[in-house]
Design a protein around this ligand. Sequence first.
Ligand SMILES: Nc1nc2c(ncn2[C@@H]2O[C@H](COP(=O)(O)OP(=O)(O)O)[C@@H](OP(=O)(O)OP(=O)(O)O)[C@H]2O)c(=O)[nH]1
Length: 218
Amino acid sequence: MSEGNEESSTSNESPSKLYPDLPEGTWKKGDGEKGGFMLNSCEDMALVIKAADLAARRHRFQKRKDVRQTPYINHPIGVAYILTNEAKVYDGATLAAAILHDTVEDTKTTFEEIQQEFGQEVYDIVKGCTDDKSLPKDTRKQLQIDHAAEHSHKTKLVKLADKLYNLRDLERATPIGWDKRRVKEYAEWARQVVSRMKGTNEALEMALDDIINRLLSK
Ligand SMILES: Nc1nc2c(ncn2[C@@H]2O[C@H](COP(=O)(O)OP(=O)(O)O)[C@@H](OP(=O)(O)OP(=O)(O)O)[C@H]2O)c(=O)[nH]1
């Protein structure tokens, strides 16, 4: 069992883990003799660490909606971890964008800053993952469905991993104020978004199918 994967439970938390235990030796061949995976280059590594540094600072006062008030940064780091650990995605721009994907939507960070500090590719992915919070919620949710199929491959990867993290989080701990109906509504909406991104990554899509079916059948 991976260290730190098992969450101790409180009254509204199930003891389920946020990430599955994967069989040993699932790293891609040639990804590194030293037991871990390697990013494509030192530049990729530096980009990802730089993203983690900015996201940690920008999200530092934010919490998730669970009763334990989990630090918000757990979410973007978890999205990047799903990409490396399960989707086997090691591209620096994709991982950096995964870590930054909520910084513009939820903090004072601007698109210009992302473009200047992280380059066009990361900017494009973050833009594709950012909802316009000034719009009514129903409109925002509908726009995600309407535009899901149009995104680039890398943006779709981050969006799928984001949904997978959020759905697992819903199964792990119901956010404060959410009832069963709201959980199912989120799962149904997520199903509509991810079904328009089929053919992006098999591991992510299989995991999404599983959890969505489970949440909808409860
Ligand atoms: N499951 C879960 N979600 C939490 C928690 N804390 C914060 N969230 C965030 O809440 C959002 C989903 O809640 P909603 O009520 O549907 O949407 P809203 O916040 O945008 O209005 C997700 O963000 P989002 O940027 O709107 O992502 P997306 O769902 O639009 O892709 C998710 O990241 C938590 O403890 N559990």
